[in-house]
Design a protein around this ligand. Structure first.
Ligand SMILES: C[S@@+](CC[C@H](N)C(=O)[O-])C[C@H]1O[C@@H](n2cnc3c(N)ncnc32)[C@H](O)[C@@H]1O
Length: 260
């Protein structure tokens, strides 16, 4: 497949990106528990560098990881091998909307706001219908989405220093981020740039990377799930399993089931 993914250029900063993100600790624990406790096969869509899948594999769970980015899949493969669990991961280079499983899944997960990488509602609808088709009756689909609020929009629009580190070549590096957020189209363009500094602190190189994202309002997510044939078992407002409420939620975490 010759599709170029935005993540092919994002892959080399993905680990620092997730290490410095607000929700990755909580979403990691939530999804690893879900994978370990599910009846298999377990599939992670948008497996990325295996941050979640490899942790689940280290607890004995076999995971099928699907991703469109060859660079992310390569990182995932290396992470699994260095953790000694390469044999528990099956990696598929495919789109959320087209992956084909050898056997129907017991759990399909789409963590870390990744449905938002499909930026049109139609694409999301196709993805949910496809996920439904790849689950066995009684199988579950679990995903999370941004809960977009005015405060989160303000936060995303700010220029933030995300991290300070030495690059693999030993160069002093600053990672910055801001986002263009368009509430009318529910779309987000994340813009990051890495500044590499010489020993005097002078900027010698700047590299930009961009990610296209989007979000669903909770009512849209519920409608898309039920239109695809799912029964919604739960919607949480965080990764601790707190029932969703407008007053307290800061994520949307959906648990849906293909009926028997
Ligand atoms: C935010 S990362 C999540 C990675 C991992 N699940 C985690 O939680 O760290 C999103 C991943 O989805 C993949 N992705 C984006 N759009 C995709 C698509 N249409 N089909 C398959 N994978 C896709 C990207 O390549 C990337 O690895």
């Amino acid at each position: 497949m010759s599709v170029i993914s935005e993540y092919d250029s994002f892959a080399d900063i993905y680990e620092v990106w997730t290490d410095t993100a607000a929700s990755t600790g909580a979403n990691l624990a939530f999804y690893v528990d879900a994978y370990v406790n599910a009846a298999g096969p377990v599939v992670e869509l948008g497996v990325g560098d295996g941050r979640i899948a490899v942790a689940a594999a280290a607890r004995g769970r076999s995971v099928i990881g699907v991703d469109l980015s060859t660079a992310m899949l390569e990182r995932c493969r290396r992470r699994a091998e260095s953790a000694g669990v390469g044999g528990r991961l099956t990696l598929l280079h495919a789109d959320f909307r087209h992956f084909e499983l050898a056997a129907p899944a017991g759990l399909i997960a789409l963590p870390y706001h990744s449905l938002g990488h499909l930026t049109s509602v139609d694409d999301k609808r196709h993805a949910l219908a496809h996920v439904f088709s790849q689950l066995r009756p009684g199988g579950r689909f679990v995903f999370d989405d941004f809960l977009m609020t005015p405060a989160l929009i303000d936060h995303m629009r700010r220029v933030q220093l995300r991290a300070e580190y030495r690059s693999t070549a030993g160069v002093d590096t600053l990672l910055w981020v801001t986002s263009l957020v368009d509430p009318a189209s529910q779309s987000i363009k994340v813009v990051t740039w890495e500044d590499q500094l010489d020993t005097e602190g002078t900027l010698c190189q700047r590299r930009y990377r961009r990610l296209s994202l989007s979000w669903l309002e909770p009512s849209q997510a519920r409608t898309l799930l039920t239109d695809a044939g799912f029964v919604v078992e739960a919607c949480f407002g965080d990764f601790a399993g707190t029932p969703f409420s407008d007053a307290t939620a800061h994520e949307q975490v959906w648990i849906a089931r293909r009926p028997l």
